[in-house]
Design a protein around this ligand. Sequence first.
Ligand SMILES: [Zn+2]
Length: 497
Amino acid sequence: MSSIKFERIKYIELNKCILDCPIDIKKGALLLDKQNNRVLLQLKLLNITDSKISSVFVNVDSFDDAYDHIQGINTVEHAFLDLALESRKTFGDTNPILMGNNVRNVEVNINKVVFESGEIWRSEGKDIYIKPVQRRLEKLDIDMLDFLKHESQNAGYDFDQILYKPIELDNLWLCSCGRPNDNLNSTCARCNIDKNWVFRYTDEKMQAQSVIEFVSNKKRLIEEAELVRNEELKVQDEARIKENQNSIRIRKRRKSATLISILLLVSLGAFAIFYIKPNQDYQKAIKLNETGDYLDAMKVFEELGDFKDSKKMLLELGMQIEYNAAISNYAAGNYNTAIKQLEKLSGYKDSQEILQKAFFEYAKDLYEKKFFVEAREYFNKVDDTNNTDIYLNSLYYKLEGKWKLKTMTGNSVVDGWESRFTLRENGRLDDKRGINFESKWDDADFQFSSPSSSDSSERVRYKIVKADPRPGGELVLIWLSNGIRNDWELVYDYISN
Ligand SMILES: [Zn+2]
């Protein structure tokens, strides 16, 4: 099993939205799958309504580094289906969307949201709100940030989501998480923070006094702790002096005990550095993994290097993301992509089973599009021939081979009129009668058209009604829609394959 490695190219700037959209794009990142040199888009989407959502359709416009459109890459349409998504729940980050290799910037638009009730929200005709730039809070004074962190934890808010200075506008307010909210809403649709709270606690002027108090309080607490520690040390010293007054033998023993305790302290320090901190990080990563924040979890596991089974977890997460992408592609009918992904998963979970299904579905797709050569390649990969026989034994495939014309309605046949039919890649059919005629498949079953002769642009349509490619077998074609020769029958003898 080879290792799969993802690198975050960048977080996506989410400065555009439709205010009444039932879905909030909480986070977005472009990832580079270093092994396969592919670019994936990961989105974390949140249901901000009170109703259950069944599907979400997004459009993704791709750009290169310079924010120029990339030639040949159109808008990627992606559907998240069968979500059964409850209110305030997130999804999407386990199903990355495959993008073009050169894509370095994207614009994500939510197109359509379908509720379980059957109600549909559409973006069509709605105003797109473009958010002004917000000042990041990390530029605040360190004491102020410290204070904010302390207060947000007390209030039960996620400090990691308090990123920007909130802004009050005419009809809306921009939350500290970056989300624009209608002024009618007193809590943020994304992070649930209280509007009054966030404006109050991020206002430098108003909070100046509180911050000073907070800082002096913190200083006092530190000083108090120091006093307590000094007191303890003093007591220990006194005890040691008392001990010193005891016999040499006891002193010697005590000395070695002190040495041991110093050694113990040193190793405890090492324990803290080499175990406690990584272990906390490890637990954090496990938690991130459980809540579906796979990317963040991967980042922590990567930093942990060889600690515990971090490497294994990193690999497992990589596989999980790849697996989810494959499943999502399979469900969306992107069988070719799903196959490539599933083949790399070498039996991870039920990937082998789904790979077989993908082979079959992809082959059927190609067959329906009349790409018979490609279809056969994939039908042959399906283990269960019961499913594939009906296709592989169809007249399309039986037509292949060398045939000699025996009889033709209303005409005598010149001996030596031979045809070789060859299915070609890209949905073509060659009909070689001395020279090659490139024939085209018709939409109708078993029908194709060929030029009537080498110097004619007139095309003649045929229908295969019988094909038996065995010694003594016959091929019967009906000559369709060609003036008076309509419905003439051509009968061939089988010569060879
Ligand atoms: Zn918010």
